[in-house]
Design a protein around this ligand. Structure first.
Ligand SMILES: Cc1cc2nc3c(=O)[nH]c(=O)nc-3n(C[C@H](O)[C@H](O)[C@H](O)COP(=O)(O)OP(=O)(O)OC[C@H]3O[C@@H](n4cnc5c(N)ncnc54)[C@H](O)[C@@H]3O)c2cc1C
Length: 531
């Protein structure tokens, strides 16, 4: 039997694969999406494994980048069941003295709270927001566009003088720890900037972390950190519903095992079941780069320089995530002035820097920096009234040499390691919320192995499909010279977070891959013989 034939086969139904599929369908292509897992969504899924009355987000939870993404907004996903919810405050960070650093969606409220703690910081915060108003939208567009971002980059450059020219560029390049110190007198703005920078794996004292911290803080002020009503999975289900409405086909529980290459061009895929699907125009891989190069495409099909460069590909650190079903709200010793969705747990910027530094030298952090989500506070549909669906995750090394704490955790991340490390994480929350443990109805710990088993792109628990540090960004992502979605194989496009601009739910790698495929197909139509 001849294989089923589509214009494009998309491997993986994560947010990027689904964005690519939607864009190709909008261009009139026939599209097949093949997903290894039983459900669509990749790292944007939810489940009720802990407790039948609770919905927990299996991986990601807050979506400022989706709210700011022109690609995702253009799909009008609200017509496919997506509704956004916001917590009373975007972000909170409890401090050892009982005060809180709080980022409220209303910048005047954020500024007033900061000013109470350090007079003058409120005004400095508002000025930072005003600066962002002038250039931020163009910067986000430039970051999400294919590299080099000619149109959006030119627009951002045109605004540069209005925000201080090269001084502003220097600000963006500053380490997060430095940025906070240069602009503010109090500790809270420093915690907000550094904590947000800690969402990526750029060291807080390295160039680039300031941009990440500023970007997320300012997105918090402009679009908030929204969550899909009913669970993270509603976002990818809406994308999948749009794919099906537009005539696309999605097959789950269908891992792709190989990409068929003929004379340097991708012509289809084979699945683990031995089925073949032909792709007349393009194959888009929402697959982590190490699984694509030398995996789905053998080294023999690739130029030696790509094979060599992939040997130096650097993953981001590993992750341990804990979910809790609580029979009441988190009993914060001192409640925050406004209940936040996201909560960061670290005693100080220095402690945060130390924990992330320990990860980068292969030590399991003694006092891990926790990113935490109060999901029922953010969306009351997640669990019964008066309860809380909570999670926290933190980074651990991909390869651990020692435990910087006292528990003798080995870093092999079997059940024993995972549970004991989860106890360490839980103790961090207990310190700020005495009695926390007594509220736990159920707990689930996802270590690196469990994460990868649920989504092959999360290699060793790496959540960004490759480090976000400068040496692997822009034209260096995933390897030098391959900064765009195009790959050395004609008709094959990398559309996962391993491609520029990297991790986060914004859909840009998927959109960039689809656009490149459409453009090349048009060029091939007028220039027969091209790739
Ligand atoms: C614990 C955690 C928390 C996070 N928190 C946030 C957050 O709050 N906000 C945010 O914006 N981002 C967050 N992220 C990052 C974000 O979820 C990812 O960057 C994003 O999901 C990447 O999308 P993707 O489509 O590239 O890959 P994925 O979402 O990983 O999807 C890839 C899909 O491809 C499938 N696949 C892989 N190989 C094959 C194959 N051979 N055959 C068939 N299918 C295959 C996988 O099963 C998966 O479904 C978080 C990630 C994790 C893990």
């Amino acid at each position: 039997m001849p294989p089923e034939t589509y214009d494009a086969v998309v491997i993986g139904a994560g947010p990027n694969g689904l964005v690519a599929a939607n864009r190709l369908l909008d261009a009139g292509w026939s599209v097949l999406v093949l997903e290894a897992q039983p459900d669509v969504g990749g790292a944007v899924r939810s489940d009720s494994e802990l407790h039948p009355d609770f919905v927990h987000d299996t991986f990601s939870a807050f979506y400022p980048l989706a709210a700011a993404s022109p690609s995702l907004q253009a799909f009008h996903l609200e017509e496919h069941g997506l509704a956004w919810r916001h917590a009373p405050a975007v972000l909170g960070h409890p401090r050892p003295d009982g005060s809180w650093a709080v980022l409220h969606r209303d910048r005047r409220v954020t500024a007033a709270l900061l000013d109470e703690q350090f007079p003058g910081d409120g005004q400095a915060w508002l000025e930072t927001c005003q600066e962002w108003d002038r250039i931020g939208g163009h910067l986000v567009d430039a970051l999400l566009a294919p590299f080099p971002p000619i149109r959006a980059g030119t627009a951002a450059l045109a605004r540069l003088r209005s925000v201080g020219g090269l001084d502003f560029v220097r600000t963006l390049l500053s380490p997060a720890s430095e940025l906070g110190r240069a602009r503010f007198g109090g500790e809270s703005p420093r915690l907000l900037l550094a904590g947000n920078a800690g969402h990526a794996d750029i060291p807080l004292d390295a160039a680039g972390s300031g941009l990440m911290g500023l970007l997320l803080c300012m997105l918090g002020q402009t679009v908030g950190f929204p969550v899909p009503e009913g669970g993270a999975g509603r976002l990818t289900q809406a994308l999948a519903s749009r794919v099906r409405t537009k005539g696309g086909t999605i097959r789950c529980s269908t891992p792709v095992e190989g990409i068929l290459v003929d004379r340097g061009r991708a012509i289809g895929v084979t699945t683990a079941d031995g089925d073949r699907y032909a792709a007349g125009r393009a194959v888009i891989a929402d697959v982590a780069a190490p699984h694509l190069y030398g995996g789905l495409v053998s080294d023999e099909e690739l130029p030696p320089r790509t094979v060599r460069a992939m040997r130096r590909f650097q993953l981001d650190p590993s992750t341990v995530k804990v979910d809790w079903a609580l029979d009441g709200p988190v009993p914060w010793a001192v409640p925050p002035p406004h209940a936040p969705g996201t909560v960061h747990v670290a005693d100080s910027v220095e402690q945060m820097t130390e924990a992330l530094g320990q990860v980068s030298v292969g030590a399991i952090p003694a006092e891990p920096f926790l990113l935490t989500g109060q999901m029922t506070t953010s969306d009351p549909t997640r669990s019964p009234t008066g309860t809380e669906a909570l999670w926290a995750y933190t980074h651990v090394p991909q390869r651990s040499h020692r435990d910087a704490g006292e528990g003798g955790i080995r870093g092999v991340w079997d059940r024993d390691d995972c549970e004991r490390f989860a106890d360490r994480m839980q103790a961090r929350i207990e310190r700020y919320a005495p009695g926390f443990a007594s509220r736990i109805l159920a707990r689930r710990v996802l270590g690196p192995r469990e994460m990868e088993a649920r989504d092959a792109n999360l290699i060793g628990g790496a959540l960004n499909a490759g480090t976000a540090q400068l040496h692997q960004e822009l034209i260096f992502r995933p390897v030098p010279g391959l900064g765009r979605a195009e790959t050395p194989i004609g008709g094959l496009y990398l559309g996962s977070a391993s491609a520029h601009p990297g991790g986060g739910v914004h859909g840009a790698p998927g959109m960039n891959a689809a656009r490149a495929a459409i453009l090349h197909a048009r060029l091939r139509a007028v220039l027969p013989g091209g790739r």
